[in-house]
Write a protein that binds this ligand. Structure first.
Ligand SMILES: Nc1ncnc2c1ncn2[C@@H]1O[C@H](COP(=O)(O)OP(=O)(O)O)[C@@H](O)[C@H]1O
Ligand SMILES: O=c1ccn([C@@H]2O[C@H](COP(=O)(O)O)[C@@H](O)[C@H]2O)c(=O)[nH]1
Length: 290
């Protein structure tokens, strides 16, 4: 693939960042290729550090699903944790511990979990730095029913080649943002996101309809507009329609794969990356309509 191949959709390239609106062709820009060559120094860490990818986007935009697709396409989903070369972390694991009065408000759906202050950004930064330093880290599991970190459940993240961290505000904190080698923004329209969040929160997060809608109107929507949406401008790649966008996901996977091959660190033995023409979308096997 030519280094100067440029995506020529209805997107635009500004200051080396790629803004993609609706249609895609190729996703490499000269700037991105140059950035690949700078892999050893882009975030101030040594060359053996993992390729760190931030995945931002509104609630229920499909961030986790996009990460899952990337893991699958890199052939990692069935590997043991210790063998995985691509791992995913959620920013939700870095919600801070609430005070007793905040906890009472949270139980009534009156705490703003979409505000940057709800996160322990210092801890998130420290953990990401440890990951970049090639250390094994423990990442707690967040419990949306108790609105707190599970005291007894955490995941060990072993040194990996690619680490994805997804969350509504992963691009909000400048020191965290600067660590990423690649920044993705999952751009799914608000109606779709709300339509997905309602059943998810009722079925998986122990809420009732009134609670979900009140929280959405009072906190989630205003905070998305104030804190999350403005971070879209930091993205290298914007993914319209989230996980439905198989073309974008294939191109990103291809880029990660190429990026890793070009780095001076160990060459990962990823499963072969399917070409765009192999994707289920193109071969008519897509499960989900656009
Ligand atoms: N492309 C899609 N089509 C249909 N449902 C989807 C799609 N992407 C995600 N979902 C569903 O929407 C909900 C939120 O998706 P998720 O990936 O967890 O979003 P996020 O991580 O941004 O909160 C989940 O129930 C998921 O199964
Ligand atoms: O205790 C909590 C913690 C978070 N939330 C909501 O979760 C979303 C972020 O998770 P996504 O998977 O990206 O949707 C955020 O909008 C919070 O409102 C919660 O309801 N309770």
């Amino acid at each position: 693939m030519s280094m100067s191949a440029v995506l020529r959709g209805r997107g635009s390239v500004r200051s080396g960042l790629l803004f993609v609106k609706k249609s895609y062709r190729l996703i490499y820009t000269q700037k991105m290729a140059e950035k690949s060559a700078e892999y050893t120094s882009t975030n101030g860490f040594e060359s053996k550090t993992p390729f760190l990818i931030g995945v931002a986007g509104g609630t229920a935009s499909g961030k986790s699903t996009v990460c899952q697709r990337i893991v699958e396409k890199l052939g990692q989903q069935h590997k043991e944790q210790t063998e995985r070369r691509v791992v995913c972390i959620s920013q939700d694991s870095f919600y801070r511990t609430l005070s007793p009065s905040e906890r009472m408000r949270a139980e009534r759906g009156q705490f703003n979990f979409d505000h940057p202050d709800a996160f322990d950004d210092k801890k998130l930064l420290a953990v990401l730095k440890d990951i970049l330093a090639g250390k094994k880290v423990e990442v707690p599991e967040y419990d949306y029913i108790t609105n707190s970190i599970s005291p007894h459940r955490s995941h060990t993240i072993y040194p990996a080649d690619v680490v994805l961290i997804e969350g509504i505000l992963v691009f909000y904190f400048p020191e965290v943002r600067e660590l990423f080698h690649m920044k993705l923004f999952v751009d799914t329209d608000s109606d779709t996101r709300l339509a997905r969040r309602v059943p998810r929160d009722i079925m998986e997060r122990g809420r009732d309809l009134e609670q979900v809608l009140n929280q959405y109107m009072n906190f989630v929507k205003p905070a998305f507009e104030e804190f999350c949406l403005p971070t879209k401008k930091f993205a290298d790649v914007i993914i319209p329609r989230g996980a439905d966008n198989l073309v974008a996901i294939d191109l990103i996977v291809q880029h990660i794969s190429d990026y890793l091959k070009r780095s001076p660190s160990e060459k990962p033995e990823f499963a072969s990356v399917p070409s765009v023409s192999d994707s289920p979308h193109r071969s008519g096997k897509s499960g989900r309509p656009h």
